[in-house]
Design a protein around this ligand. Structure first.
Ligand code: FES
Length: 186
């Protein structure tokens, strides 16, 4: 797998015909965010498929300005439907966490069950988002947004992060944002 950056875009490329479901979901969030193109490689008679998923690369915060258990709001991957997200320093190692302690994570804040708003529901004691005001689902931010309790059956979409120096960039989404059939079209 090869990852390249150009002109403010983060691009993930996968060569070959097969892509495991796990990898596919991890990088794309949804089948519709990828496109299939044909690569004609010199010296190779048969064209091969490549799956490409492209997300905007967006500066969402500075490490030096993050405060423990104080979420910072941002929109990602665009300013469209249900893009509200939070960046938070949990103070303990987390799945997908960045920074020296791997404790900085970001998540979309729309409940995956029926779209309940989770903004402002961060619980610093348990490192969770929720309870959702609609049907009480709570999500664990230390474990990729899995459901702790409630009616939902899909984890909260996690915003994938990269750190360069002091800057924190959003570069993708793991999981489908509620209300969309494509993370990249709001
Ligand atoms: S909408 Fe959040 S639990 Fe139902």
């Amino acid at each position: 797998m090869k990852k390249t950056e150009s002109e403010g875009k983060a691009t993930v490329k996968q060569s070959g015909c097969a892509l495991s479901r796990r990898k596919f979901l991890f990088y794309s969030g949804t089948a519709l965010t990828t496109s299939t193109v044909l690569l004609q490689i010199p010296g190779v008679l048969k064209a091969r498929e490549a799956h490409v998923a492209t997300y905007p690369r967006k500066l969402i915060g500075k490490m030096s300005q993050l405060k423990l258990d104080q979420p910072v709001n941002f929109n990602y991957p665009d300013d469209g439907l249900n893009a509200t997200s939070v960046l938070v320093k949990l103070g303990q190692k987390a799945g997908g966490g960045v920074g020296k302690q791997q404790d900085v994570v970001a998540f979309n804040t729309i409940c995956t069950h029926q779209g309940g708003p989770l903004l402002g529901s961060y619980n610093k004691e348990y490192k969770t988002l929720g309870q959702c005001p609609f049907h009480l689902t709570t999500y664990d931010l230390t474990r990729y947004g899995i459901i702790v309790s409630g009616q939902a059956y899909q984890s909260l979409p996690q915003v994938l992060l990269e750190v360069k120096g002091d800057s924190i960039y959003a570069v993708g989404v793991m999981g489908l944002i509620f209300g969309r059939n494509n993370n990249l079209i709001g």
